[in-house]
Design a protein around this ligand. Structure first.
Ligand code: ACO
Ligand code: LMR
Length: 271
């Protein structure tokens, strides 16, 4: 019989050799779905993410939620870590890719990259039946800041509109928002400690994606655990913010901004 030569690469999400289509010939596929279906059936970027990241077509409310996350996280002005790095890099005369990655490199546990950890910690605490008090105080004992909680600018009396919009969408469209409600209870408790300890956009996406995974009926429990363990969700912020960072690069180039140098007056020189 035939002997299959061992391959150096295994890939399961897309196939550029595609399926044979009578009219167009070879057609590339995303998770088995040919390009023509993607176009003809009016798929959006949320559907493409479902196919390439989760290897399945998700219901419309899920793909819409993914698209809302991307739209709301696309940019947050020039002052945040990512945009600042991108602006400085573009002004140093670097190219688009360098300016983009310079901004992306700031995404991490403090800025935009707390979504996976928020999902991990909220899931663990909820599944173990910890009260918000027990959860927050146990984190404090371990010296770990609660991922998804806290913001430099947003306050209890000046909430993050993005968080409200995501929660509103989920309350109307998701079959269950139990993880989100748990995160809200955590926020209610942290706000008793300090006014800046609001739920941030990472916490909203992290908790709501748990609800999406658990409530859609499209994922088995081991699959959900794997998604949370591998950490797919920071990808949403990376993807979204790339849109804004590319915009900031073009903006600086269009404005012909000179090399950036930080003012001496804004540095405390000390021994
Ligand atoms: N959990 C518990 N306590 C906290 C938290 C938190 N998430 N955030 C701040 N605090 C408390 C701590 O007591 C902290 O003191 P410490 O430095 O001894 O730990 C005190 O508040 C003051 O903290 P600051 O450093 O002044 O807060 P800052 O405004 O600099 O931090 C930040 C904002 C980085 C977002 C912080 O709240 C944090 O680390 N949050 C968790 C990570 C996170 O969710 N990041 C995503 C933010 S949203 C985004 O980037 C799109
Ligand atoms: C962002 O989306 O970049 C932020 O929430 C961070 C910030 O400080 O505004």
């Amino acid at each position: 019989g035939k002997v299959r030569a061992p391959t150096h690469i295994i890939s399961t999400i897309s196939d550029d050799r595609g399926t044979f289509n009578q009219t167009v010939g070879e057609e590339p596929c995303y998770a088995g779905v040919p390009m023509s279906s993607i176009v003809e059936q009016g798929y959006g970027v949320g559907d493409v993410i479902s196919l390439l990241w989760f290897k399945r077509s998700l219901p419309r409310y899920c793909t819409k939620f993914i698209e809302i996350c991307i739209m709301l996280c696309a940019d947050h002005g020039p002052c945040v870590s990512g945009a600042h790095n991108t602006i400085v890099t573009a002004r140093a005369g670097k190219d688009l890719v360098s300016s983009l990655v310079s901004g992306l490199l700031t995404i991490g546990p403090r800025f935009g990259g707390a979504i996976d950890d928020a999902a991990r910690y909220f899931k663990d605490a909820y599944d173990r039946g910890l009260t918000p008090y027990e959860f927050v105080e146990s984190m404090k004992k371990k010296g770990i800041r609660v991922p998804g909680i806290g913001h430099r600018i947003k306050r209890g009396d000046n909430r993050d509109k993005r968080v409200e919009l995501l929660q509103e969408f989920a309350r109307t469209n998701f079959p269950s928002v139990k993880y989100m409600e748990y995160a809200v209870q955590v926020e209610t408790y942290t706000l008793t400690k300090a006014n800046n300890l609001v739920m941030n956009v990472d916490g909203a996406i992290g908790s709501l994606f748990l609800d999406l995974l658990a409530g859609s009926g499209m994922f088995t429990k081991p699959e959900i655990d794997e998604i949370v363990e591998i950490g797919y969700l920071n990808g949403l912020f990376v993807l979204a913010r790339s849109i804004g960072l590319i915009g900031h690069t073009f903006d600086q180039k269009r404005l012909k901004q000179p090399l950036y140098r930080h003012p001496w007056e804004d540095v405390l020189y000390t021994k």
